[in-house]
Ligand binder design. Structure first.
Ligand code: GTP
Ligand code: MG
Length: 231
């Protein structure tokens, strides 16, 4: 199942972008002319993930992926990130530095599903790993857990081959529940959660991780722990 959230900008909304000026307008207009490349990358990468899920169902009687969400980053967020990170405000710098324009979130059932799906995915020759951040093995200070991959995918755009980066966040259902609610709480508190709440949230992330690993043990003992990446 693919849930797609598109944040496509209406060209008339350009004037409402914070920090909107001639320089940002030029970048955004150039970006809008190639935005479709990120859409194609999202579609092809999502198809690969769905196919892998299907393959696992056919061969191992298990669907590792619970669901997939995807989105294209809005021009507003792209400009905001470039300013926040202090990148040059040029189209070339956008192409080079912003690798999460095409973003996919893959919500898996068990932690082992995440590592096994990733092994299968990155063995595909039209993909290259640009970045891997394992916040499951090394959670963030907040308690955030997920595994982030940035992959480049080779695409035919018309008759040209291009490589386009896609960011994929892999997490379990429990990690997704935590991240969604924590994100909303942080937003509602305007990034000003009391320390005691921050500590409580970190503890709940630990508690959910414990539930994840214990439920996985039951799954492994029930299914004799089938591994579908051949390792
Ligand atoms: P961005 O500039 O936000 O894209 O950060 P980054 O490129 O340094 O990447 P990072 O590895 O920090 O991951 C960024 C993304 O991970 C965010 O957009 C969130 O979706 C998610 N994320 C990272 N940390 C947290 C956290 O503490 N809580 C929640 N809820 N989500 C987080
Ligand atoms: Mg990001």
């Amino acid at each position: 199942m693919i849930l797609q959230k598109t944040e496509k900008i209406n060209r008339n909304r350009l004037n409402n972008i914070p920090n909107f000026n001639e320089q940002t307008k030029e970048i955004i207009l150039k970006y809008l002319s190639i935005e479709n490349e990120y859409g194609y990358a999202l579609r092809e990468m999502s198809a690969k993930l769905e196919n892998l899920d299907d393959y696992c169902q056919n061969h191992f009687d298990h669907n590792p992926i619970h669901h997939i969400e995807s989105r294209i980053k809005s021009p507003e967020s792209i400009i905001e990130k470039m300013i926040r990170r202090g990148y040059d405000l040029t189209f070339e710098s956008l192409r080079k530095n912003i690798y999460d324009i095409a973003g996919i979130r893959v919500i898996c059932k068990y932690i082992r599903d995440i590592y096994q799906i990733i092994d299968l995915l990155i063995s595909q020759k039209d993909l290259k790993v640009l970045l891997r951040k394992d916040y499951i093995a090394n959670p963030k200070e907040t308690g955030y857990r997920s595994l982030h991959l940035v992959l480049s995918i080779e695409l035919y755009i018309g008759n040209e081959v291009k490589t386009v980066p896609v960011e994929i966040q892999f997490r379990t259902l429990a990690m997704d529940m935590w991240a969604s609610l924590e994100h909303e709480l942080r937003y509602k508190s305007k990034n000003n959660l009391p320390l005691s709440d921050q500590e409580a949230l970190k503890q709940y992330s630990e508690d959910l991780y414990h539930v994840d690993t214990e439920m996985e043990k039951i799954y492994v003992s029930t299914t004799k722990g089938v591994k579908y990446n051949g390792i």
